[in-house]
Design a protein around this ligand. Structure first.
Ligand SMILES: [Zn+2]
Length: 302
């Protein structure tokens, strides 16, 4: 009996131990289950994760599209989703040739968005209820998306001023990147699909302007250069603007690319000066539309 007992006792222990180890292992399995299943799937994991990722990405893309659509709708309502009339696609424009005596001028601001000065320019334009056109640099749009969103939200037009603002020669591929990458980011950031292009430095022969022209952008130059990028006094800057100003003209100013204190200082006086002369302010798309209508008027008269 004692033997039996002694024989049975370890059996009892064994059963108890088995039970314990079983529950322990279940517990352990539950604990390590996530890892175990990950390790188990091995190759499967990529498939299921990719499916999950694709699903998530689809949802994100859907959300993005919805956001873009709302931005675009907003832009359309505000008249900012502009298309350049076929007659201006691939064409270089220094000013509009208006025949109906419309006294309008288009202020344009290059090289932004830029900290401080872009917001200062926007504030002045807002105070004076003026819409203008901003030729933005892609890498600055990337760095200051909120500023470029503000530009659009406040009713201004946007043009493409390349990604890097390079002056050197660019082959077809580099030029395509400079132009398309910038247009894409402007679109993704603001919902505005621009087909206005201004070559950095006004350079027409380094490949990038040719690319834009071949891809039906309107090449927007200027008729009045403030020279605000050179070292000059505020009165000289203002004088430069008015020296060559004319109805249908395009004024070149800068809100970015360096210290634009002088431009910001000169802007209120530039606005007052134009108003005194009876000018009203238009964006580049508005200016082009005016000229397009003008052309049609002339064509109808003929
Ligand atoms: Zn520039």
């Amino acid at each position: 009996m004692e033997n039996n007992k002694s024989f049975l006792w370890p059996q009892g222990i064994l059963i108890a131990l088995l039970g314990l180890s079983a529950s322990l292992s279940i517990g352990l399995m539950m604990l390590i289950k996530p890892n175990a299943s990950e390790a188990q799937s091995g190759q499967n994991i990529n498939v299921s994760n990719t499916t999950a990722r694709v699903g998530t990405q689809k949802r994100i893309e859907g959300l993005k599209a919805a956001m873009l659509t709302s931005w675009q709708q907003e832009a359309q309502i505000k008249g900012l989703s502009y298309a350049v009339a076929p007659r201006f696609q691939g064409v270089t424009i220094q000013s509009a040739k208006l025949t109906q005596g419309q006294k309008v001028i288009a202020l344009t601001f290059d090289d932004g968005p830029w900290p401080e000065s872009t917001a200062q320019v926007l504030n002045i334009l807002k105070e004076n209820n003026i819409k203008s056109t901003f030729f933005v640099v892609g890498q600055n749009v990337k760095n200051y998306p909120d500023l470029v969103k503000r530009v659009v939200a406040e009713g201004h037009a946007i043009g493409n001023h390349t990604w890097h603002h390079w002056y050197h020669y660019m082959n077809q591929q580099a030029a395509a990147y400079e132009v398309e990458h910038t247009t894409d980011l402007i679109y993704k950031t603001t919902g505005v699909k621009t087909n206005l292009f201004r070559p950095p430095g006004g350079i027409m022969h380094n490949g990038v302007a040719a690319y834009a022209r071949n891809n039906k952008y309107a090449l927007i130059m200027w008729s009045s250069d403030s020279l605000d990028y050179s070292r000059l006094t505020v009165p000289k800057l203002i004088n430069n603007v008015f020296r060559l100003a004319k109805p249908g003209g395009i004024v070149l100013l800068h809100d970015g690319g360096g210290d634009r204190t002088k431009t910001v200082q000169a802007l209120p006086e530039i606005i007052t000066g134009f108003r005194k002369q009876g000018y009203s302010f238009v964006t580049i798309p508005e200016l082009l539309e005016m000229q397009d209508k003008d052309h049609k008027l002339i064509a109808n008269k003929k």
